[in-house]
Ligand binder design. Structure first.
Ligand SMILES: Nc1ncnc2c1ncn2[C@@H]1O[C@H](COP(=O)(O)OP(=O)(O)OP(=O)(O)O)[C@@H](O)[C@H]1O
Ligand SMILES: [Mg+2]
Ligand SMILES: [Mg+2]
Length: 313
């Protein structure tokens, strides 16, 4: 199958591993920088081009779109989708996952448990908002942060208030959460591919921090998930519509809580700590889904033809 990986840098570990796994399995694969993809859109048809050439004939596209280019990268991915190309993570799902607020709303609506979360815009409402949240410590997060950046812990109401004031002054969008102290600075990253958690690692924050992210100096070890934890992770990915996702769980007194669902989870830390060929699992999943899309894919081709575009399949 002819595969495309949307990634800004072919040298990144996750991109390299996906290319390697695809080639090992006999697929042809090309890394496309989403910022070099450009489009002509019109009601009579589409054109999607890359460095002067038409992009066509791809059986599936695997998005690895960084947080800094979510909007443009998603527009490119959407174009592939409109042209009938299969993707495990559709642009709509990526947009929902990138926005922690929207992600929490969607998960909560399906009864998936998470830390109590509040958000509000007007400074006049801050006291009531903090009352809704309950006693500190509080975790305050930028809605579009990643790698633990923009995740803060406040121990007193006055600290929460001043962080909120500062963020409002910067026109940042954020949310506030109850701090799950029982987690003890650890979380569990579950790598979901389709209906399965293919690998999981427990991450532990370094001394003096509460954030377990490896980018913040956390350490990781492979962990065997309980069936209940695995089911929560798979459900969370499904609620968002992601075929491939990194779901962060924190253990709590009331059971596993979903912290967030990542649409482009890094593979390096989790492949190295678990030894699982996650890239291979992703390629197998994506190509099987793309090939097995059968009727659906034929329908997409017909629709694409009706719109005078070059179908990707
Ligand atoms: N409510 C909370 N209670 C306790 N710890 C938390 C809470 N929220 C976040 N943390 C800790 O902070 C870390 C970073 O938070 P979160 O996963 O929401 O941010 P992120 O920047 O999107 O991270 P990622 O790199 O995984 O995308 C978590 O892995 C967890 O260790
Ligand atoms: Mg995240
Ligand atoms: Mg996280």
């Amino acid at each position: 199958m002819k595969l495309a990986i949307l990634s800004r840098n072919g040298k990144l570990y996750s991109t390299r591993r996906l290319v390697e796994a695809a080639r090992q399995r006999g697929h042809s694969v090309r890394v496309l920088d989403p910022l070099r993809c450009y489009m002509r859109i019109g009601s009579q048809g589409f054109a999607l081009r890359y460095k002067g050439q038409s992009l066509a004939g791809y059986g599936a596209v695997i998005p690895r779109i960084g947080a800094s280019i979510t909007r443009y990268g998603n527009a490119v991915l959407h174009q592939f989708e409109l042209m009938g190309c299969h993707t495990p993570n559709p642009s709509r799902a990526i947009a929902a996952a990138r926005d922690k607020l929207r992600c929490h709303q969607l998960l909560a609506a399906q009864g998936i448990d998470m830390p109590v979360t509040v958000f509000g815009d007007n400074p006049d409402d801050t006291d009531d908002l903090l009352a809704l949240l309950g006693e500190p410590p509080h975790v305050i997060k930028l809605t579009e942060g990643s790698q633990g950046r923009g995740v803060m812990l406040t121990e007193k109401p006055s600290a929460s208030r001043s962080v909120v004031d500062a963020l409002r002054g910067l026109y940042a969008t954020f949310l506030m959460q109850e701090f799950i102290a029982e987690a003890g600075g650890s979380d569990i990253r579950c790598l979901v591919v389709g209906d399965e958690v293919v690998a999981a690692m427990r991450r532990q924050a370094p001394e003096g921090d509460f954030r377990a992210n490896l980018h913040r100096g956390g350490s990781a070890e492979a962990v065997v998930l309980s069936a209940a934890d695995a089911a929560v992770a798979v459900r969370a990915a499904k609620v968002l519509g992601l075929g491939v996702a990194g779901v962060d769980l924190v253990p709590s007194a009331r059971g596993p809580l979903v912290l967030e669902v990542n649409a482009s989870p890094g593979l390096e830390g989790i492949e190295c700590s678990t030894g699982v060929d996650i890239a291979g699992r992703i390629i197998d999943f994506v190509t099987a889904e793309a090939a097995g899309a059968g009727m659906q894919s034929r329908k997409r081709v017909r629709r694409a033809r009706a719109m005078k575009t070059e179908p990707c399949v």
